[in-house]
Ligand binder design. Structure first.
Ligand SMILES: [Zn+2]
Length: 317
């Protein structure tokens, strides 16, 4: 299994159509599953993607427009029915906890597992979770209501030690630990073997920036500089560019400008207005500005290291 991948569950804005569900994504990093937004239909899409609900460790809700969180109630209710015991953390705007608790109280349902709501702060860039292997940041965007993006960054990994070096110099376990962190090796005769001879570079750390609904905010690009995978909303095309500032959204071209400023490795555009039947325009306009663009599509899997592919086999549902 891949160490990291992004699965788009829904990429439509406002209303779903026959092939696009509202916003929802699963980010899989080193065995952890993060759900980014939870539009209506997320459960159905998780089933199609064969991702067990129970696998979800943390949920991030960007903002309280319905197309980004109306699926949360159903998902929590299903987790209840399946007897989840594992605690669940939900990051979201102020008010989300009240809405969810109100819904469950009034339907006389008691959750079988603890839910910890964590309220996002209106700071441009804040570290909200710091673990041994990764950090997660929230990014305060500019939308009609409070809205946040999220940035996942894997920490630098240790250097990989060459197997042949271990046997050649008979390196012990304690020494291996130091060498992986960059130390040189001193032999019994006093000879020094440089680290570069003993190790190879580790893989480049994974990083993923999720820029949800927002007005074009180029000044935020510096926070996600070098992101290996960058999703940016692209609600409109050039021919409706006047609607972007009015509705606090972005165009495909602006998403690409953002990716260029951020020096991202790969850009994924999504959150398409339902008025666009074909997505060719999004690909074309973004590609005019940025070299490595992919279209978000429901039930497609993405990684910086390979081409996207569809994970849903309709014949074996
Ligand atoms: Zn919105």
């Amino acid at each position: 299994m891949e160490e990291y991948s992004l699965t788009v569950l829904g990429c439509s804005s406002a209303t779903p159509n026959s092939v696009r569900f509202p916003s929802s994504q699963i980010l899989h990093v080193l065995g952890k599953y993060f759900l980014l937004d939870c539009g209506e239909g997320t459960q159905m899409q998780l089933r199609r993607a064969k991702i067990p609900f129970e696998n979800i460790n943390v949920i991030f809700i960007s903002h309280l427009h319905g197309d980004h969180y109306y699926g949360l109630f159903g998902l929590l209710a299903s987790l209840n029915l399946t007897g989840r015991r594992t605690p669940l953390v939900i990051y979201g705007p102020k008010g989300l906890e009240e809405i969810v608790r109100f819904m469950f109280q009034n339907t006389e349902q008691t959750l079988t597992f603890p839910v910890f709501f964590k309220t996002l702060v209106k700071e441009p860039f804040t570290c909200i979770e710091e673990k041994k292997n990764y950090k997660i940041y929230s990014i305060y965007l500019s939308h009609r209501i409070d809205c946040w993006g999220f940035y996942f960054v894997e920490n630098e990994r240790e250097r990989n030690i060459k197997k042949e070096a271990i046997s050649k110099y008979n390196i012990g376990i304690e020494e291996i630990k130091c060498i992986k962190q960059g130390s040189n090796l001193t032999l019994e005769n006093g000879m020094m073997i440089p680290n570069s001879e003993l190790t190879i570079d580790p893989p480049r750390p994974f990083s993923y920036a999720y820029i949800a609904d927002t007005l074009y905010k180029p000044e935020l690009a510096e926070y996600v500089k070098g992101a290996r995978l960058l999703y940016h909303e692209a609600t409109f095309l050039d021919n409706h560019a006047d609607l972007a500032p009015k509705t606090f959204h972005s165009t495909a071209r602006q998403a690409a400008e953002f990716a260029k400023l951020a020096q991202a490795e790969k850009l994924i555009v999504g959150h398409y207005s339902a008025r666009y039947k074909s997505l060719d325009g999004h690909l074309q306009e973004a590609s005019e500005v940025f070299g490595n663009v992919e279209l978000a599509r429901d039930l497609y899997s993405y990684s910086p290291d390979r081409n996207p592919y569809c994970i849903w086999d309709k014949n074996f549902n």
